[in-house]
Structure formats: C-alpha cells, structure tokens
Design a protein around this ligand. Structure first.
Ligand SMILES: [Zn+2]
Length: 405
C-alpha cells in the first residue's frame, strides 16, 4: 500500500470529522459507539473527533441513552446555536442581511432598498449596511462565515461578481473586499444557485438530486442542480434562464440578445403592460388598490388583483405563463429535472400563475419528461436567498453532503 502523505492524512481527518458531524446532525442524539458503527470509523478516531467538536461548540453531550447492558452511553447532539452565519442577499432592488444558526434558521434580519444605486455605490451601500448589522453580532469568533448571494454571473472560486447588467456590477472582487474588511471567511454565490441548494438541503425538495429553481421578479434566473451538483458552466454563467430566447425578434436586451425571456416576464415588463392597459382605458381593480397612484403598483398589488379575478391582471398573467412555459419546456428537454421550483416576486404566492404554467407544460412537454413533474412554489418565499447563503457556507465548512440529512 502506498504510504499516506501528510496532506492526505489531514484530508482524511477532515472527512471523518464531517461525516461524524453530519451523522450527529441527522441521527442524533447518538452515542459514540453507534457513531463508530454507523460511520465505519474506529472508536478511537470517533472519540478524538467528538472531543474536538465538543470543544469547538458544534456538539454537546445530552445525557445517558439506553444501555444494552453495562453503563449507559452518553448521547451526543448537534449544537446549532453556538455559531452563526451572516447571509447577505443582494437583489436588483434591495440588500437584505440576516444572522442564521447552523440549521439555517433566521435569528434576525434587516432590509435596505436599493434606489437606483449602481456599480460601486451598491458595494458601498452593502458594506455600510453590513458594518451596522455586524455591530449587533455577538462574538465574531463564533461566526462560521459570510455568504453573499447576487443575481448575475459569479465566479465562485475567485469570489468575483463578473456581471450584473441591472446593478452594473462588472468584475467586482466581492470576496476579497469583505474578507479584508472583516477578517471572516466569505463565499459569493449566484442567488438562484444558492436557493436551489437551500431547497435541496432544507426545503420541500430534498428527494430530488436533479432540480431547477426559477426566479421571476426584477430579473429572471435559474439555479440548476444536476446530480446534486450546481451546474455552473465554464465561466459561472449557466442558468441565465432570463436571457434565453423565446422569440427570434423583439426588443434588444441589455445582454446583447433579442427576444430574451426576461423582457417578456420580468416585473418591469409586467408593469409596462399594466400601465399600457390603464392608459388605453381598460378598467382594472389596480386603480383602486393603488388609490390612483400608479407608481405605487408593486408585484404584491398585482398578485392581489389576480386573486380578485381582475381581467387586465389575469390577461397579463396568462401571457407571462405562456412565455415562462415555453422556457420551462426548453429546460425540461435540456435537463430532465425531477422537479421545478418557482420563486421571485411574481411567481411566489401566485397560485394562478403556477396552475396555468402546469397546464401549458402538460400540453407542450415531451411525455416522458413532463409526466408527474411537480412545479412547486419555493419552500422559503422571500427568505430563499438568505437560507441559500447559509446553505452555501454550511456545505463549504462542513462538506455537508446534499444527499444526506
Ligand atoms: Zn438578454
């Protein structure tokens, strides 16, 4: 047998430790002896790893369990509240910050609207908000890491935001900026990629290793999980669903293409259609809901109008459903996912939209790919990006296997 090098040994120790911690998380309270059996690791290795995990505060002793004769074994349990994660979710309209525990439960959060800031102004706004938020954190030594999620093309390894057309972010070394400022390990991830990890790890789609998470809001994007791995592509740009073509003509998009899905279904496209409908004299309950102040119409009011059966809003919703369904059938044919999750300000809490999409997909999809495919709302609603940020940190620091729970 080849002699093990020092680096290999350290990796084996780390993997053993992750496996033990994952097992305590998923199957605890559990005794050391059961851990050794279930992980197929020697009792002495388990004992030293557990001692380390207790000392660092990731695991605690619960008391005695059932004995099969002799002294009752001490049980171990995961201690999720001794450490915390900071998640920052940048969207095209807001910056949200949260402190979460190691089970991705949000302990506190705050939101700052982005009002036209672009480029460096966005980064400055984010660091100012982060400074304020971190002031209220207990002991930063207990911070397991910071995750920033952002729409657009992200190089995860380098922690650089390559491109976001709406916020005008171009090659921003976000990981370096934050690590230098706070001295804490930081990860940058595309928002939809983080959210698909959250669904698989903590949401209602734990059974699907092939999963697509679609965001429809200010922008349109997708996180694509293929055999439990986030599909990134060669430059981190995979999943730019909003910039796939659903028409060979149409207005030119900021990305350079024409006929992009985003320009047919994003909130600004929907809002333009609402305003055009009102201007052409169509009656709509939206006029009452916004009390005549059309600039106050937000996705929440539009979804309320759909719930009330407003004809103008229903017509627009139907157009959105048709365009999105064309795109979703393309995704089914390319990736054959086990489930589709719909999120974003236009799709979340919009059951009429989801029902119409299901019907269109059933009509247009290839039988073997569409039969029985769930098209579901997200598990976390507006918190998906924050929980996604925590999922990114957890999968990195503990090497949590997505397949295990
Ligand atoms: Zn485009």
């Amino acid at each position: 047998m080849k002699q093990m090098r020092k680096g290999d040994l350290k990796l084996v120790q780390e993997l053993n430790r992750s496996m033990i911690l994952n097992k305590i998380r998923g199957s605890g309270p559990i005794s050391r002896i059961s851990l050794a059996k279930e992980c197929s690791i020697s009792p002495s290795t388990v004992a030293s790893a557990v001692q380390e995990l207790i000392k660092e505060g990731y695991v605690s002793e619960l008391g005695a369990g059932k004995s099969s004769g002799g002294r009752k074994p001490i049980l171990l349990q995961f201690a999720p509240d001794n450490h915390f994660i900071i998640a920052v979710a940048i969207t095209n309209s807001s910056i949200e910050l949260a402190e979460l525990n190691l089970e991705a439960h949000i302990k506190r959060k705050c939101l700052k609207p982005v009002k036209g800031e672009t480029g460096e102004e966005v980064i400055q706004l984010m660091t100012e908000e982060l400074d304020l938020f971190m002031q209220d954190c207990r002991d930063l030594e207990r911070c397991a890491g910071i995750a920033v999620t952002v729409p657009g093309v992200v190089n995860v390894e380098k922690g650089i935001v390559y491109y976001n057309s709406k916020l005008r972010l171009d090659h921003v070394p976000l990981k370096e900026i934050i690590e230098r400022r706070y001295g804490l390990r930081t990860w940058i991830e595309n928002d939809a990629n983080a959210a698909v990890l959250a669904e698989r790890r903590f949401g209602n789609c734990g059974e699907y290793p092939d999963l697509i998470y679609i965001v429809v809001g200010d922008g349109v994007g997708a996180g694509i999980l293929v055999n439990d791995n986030v599909l990134r592509g060669s430059s981190g740009g995979a999943g730019e669903f909003g910039h796939t073509s659903v028409s060979r003509s149409g207005i030119r998009c900021e990305c350079g293409n024409v006929g992009c899905l985003e320009n047919a279904v994003s909130w600004s496209a929907v809002y333009s259609r609402i305003v055009a409908g009102i201007t052409s004299g169509r009656p709509t309950v939206l006029s009452e809901l916004c009390r005549g102040n059309f600039s106050e119409i937000r996705p929440s009011l539009y979804k309320e109008a759909i719930r009330l059966g407003d004809a103008l809003s229903m017509d627009i919703n139907e157009e959105v459903a048709e365009h999105l369904s064309a795109g979703i059938v393309n995704l089914l044919n390319l990736f054959n996912p086990g489930a589709i999750i719909m999120d974003g300000s236009l799709a979340y809490d919009n059951p009429v939209l989801l029902e119409r999409i299901r019907e269109h997909v059933q009509r247009r999809g290839m039988r073997i790919l569409k039969d029985g495919i769930p098209i579901k709302p997200s598990s976390f609603g507006t918190d998906g990006n924050l929980i996604g940020g925590a999922a990114v940190v957890l999968s990195q620091i503990f090497r949590f296997s997505l397949a295990e729970s």
